[in-house]
Ligand binder design. Structure first.
Ligand code: AMP
Length: 206
């Protein structure tokens, strides 16, 4: 299965991606995660990407495309993969079509007016990477499993998120039409609980 999960920042792509890769046993290729790992270890790609990410802008197409092309050529992608956060522009989607054949694009459909608050409240455990949200009843300052304080992603601040939502509207939304025309788009309602949304994903993937 060669899959893409598409959706606005904060739509729940990462959360659903974790569930999809566990059920369908696919490698999870999240370009955001790859960039964050490169920034942490100070690689040339990380240094190049950091300035864009901190401002909520897209990393240039050629940098991301090269990275994904390299990743997709690895052994574990031979029998399928899930792309999360890529493509984000038409140029990326066209480049991807030259490298591989995408079977299904899951588009998480959410109410855009709710996203700013959702993202600004987002917190992650720095040890186990589990996500939580200050708006949830279950929210506590520390991860109950690792007993460390949750952290906020540096690009989850209000100003950066506004940029990221503008970038999504201007550059990524056209991909919905692109994949609809290609006959591979599946819309899933992204507004329920994690399990409700996942049930919708499973329904379209079979
Ligand atoms: P994410 O974790 O998917 O929200 O990505 C975090 C940031 O990494 C984005 O705001 C971009 O700056 C950068 N990024 C991730 N994926 C891409 C991509 N496909 N194209 C350009 N920039 C990207």
């Amino acid at each position: 299965m060669n899959l893409i999960i598409l959706g606005a920042p904060g739509a729940g792509k990462g959360t659903q991606a974790e569930k999809i890769i566990a059920k369908y046993r696919l490698p999870h290729i999240s370009t955001g995660d790859i960039f964050r790992a490169n920034i942490r270890s100070g690689t040339p790609v990380g240094l190049k990407a950091k300035g864009y990410i901190d401002k909520g802008q897209l990393v240039p197409d050629e940098v991301v495309i090269e990275l994904v092309q390299g990743r997709l050529s690895e052994e574990d992608c031979k029998n399928g993969y899930l792309l999360d956060g890529f493509p984000r522009t038409l140029a990326q989607a066209q480049a991807l079509d030259k490298i591989t054949k995408i079977e299904t694009v899951i588009n998480l459909d959410v109410d855009l007016s709710k996203l700013l608050a959702r993202i600004v409240g987002r917190r992650t455990c720095p040890v186990c990477n589990m996500g939580t949200n200050t708006a949830w009843d279950s929210y506590t300052k520390e991860c109950p499993k690792c007993e460390v304080t949750y952290i906020q992603r540096p690009d989850d601040t209000e100003e950066t998120v506004k940029n990221r939502l503008d970038v999504y509207n201007n550059q990524t939304v056209p991909l919905i039409e692109y994949y609809k025309r290609a006959g591979v788009l599946k819309n899933v309602n992204g507004m329920g609980t994690v399990d409700e949304v996942f049930a919708g994903v499973v329904e379209v993937l079979g």
